[in-house]
Design a binder for this molecule. Sequence first.
Ligand SMILES: [Zn+2]
Ligand SMILES: [Zn+2]
Length: 361
Amino acid sequence: MKAVVVRAAGDYAVEELTIDPPKEGELKIRMKAAGICHTDLSLIDGRLPLPLPCVVGHEGAGVVEEVGEGVTRFAVGDHVVLSYIPACGHCNSCHNHRPHLCSSGQPTGKMLDNTARVHRDGEDLNVMQFLGCMAEYAVIPQTSAVRIDKDIPFDRAALVGCAVMTGVGAAINTAKLEPGSSVVVFGCGGIGLSIIQGARLAGANQIIAIDLADNKLEMARNFGATHTINSTEDSPPEKILELTGEGADYAFEAVGVPALMQQAHQVIRRGGTVVIVGISALTDEVSFNALNLAMSAKTIKGCIYGDANPPVDFPRLLDLYKAGKLNLDDMVTRTYSIDESPQAFEDLKNNANARGVIVFP
Ligand SMILES: [Zn+2]
Ligand SMILES: [Zn+2]
């Protein structure tokens, strides 16, 4: 099968690999669509420390091709969206209704039994997040799959596996936005645009989007932003104060830049909440004024995967899509073949797309 493989920081290519049949509790998926996410790029450029060589891809949808021993919840032919955190169902986090923090979900590059399914000439390859779905096939834990209706296009469905779940979930599950809230979103990539959609769905009154690129701000308005700020032209803190009076109720940082996290904390009102969604480099640190932390009574929340409970949240998001309330159609700006993946990553770096998606025939 063809797959996108990273061998060293900055060194990646489409390679021809072999893949084993699924073992107990696993599914083999024929991939139909894989979204291009900044986290894939972080793995490619060495910011995300996962063992190499590694098959990238953690946002995907496809068809169950084969089921391993003991699989009862899925059948060959099922359409599924992949979740990048397999929830075991019996750790402390799973029992506490926080499956996105499942202790079995820490990526090792291997499968849950610590062995590899993907190989090249006898060499074992790692896979990103138990998936490695930027490939024609993926063998995954059954706990990483969520069945979906067969009438949903795969390229739309795939986005629910990362960007849309993370962004809409950050607004609705993590921040629990109230109707009428004022919201600031730093960064209008796939996740930032999804936060804007989540804020719109939650009934936010003001949704202020910030980015460096005018085309991204135009997309932000299309997804529900009421105001936009190009930070190369205007100073966000001043503008936000002007728009909100005493600061926003909520700010979301969706870039992964410490200075923007500080700015997000600065632009919310006293008692407001900042949600950190952006993925920074391992070595990045951020500091806040110590006296102000107490006196401002602001809340800082970290957010991974939009506090997702995939078996509940994925179908709910896709129902919103079918009802015309969640716009996934405009999220897919462009599709690529797997051989065009270098172009897809170039376009990601150049902010060309809301989301680019690799599709498989
Ligand atoms: Zn992602
Ligand atoms: Zn668990």
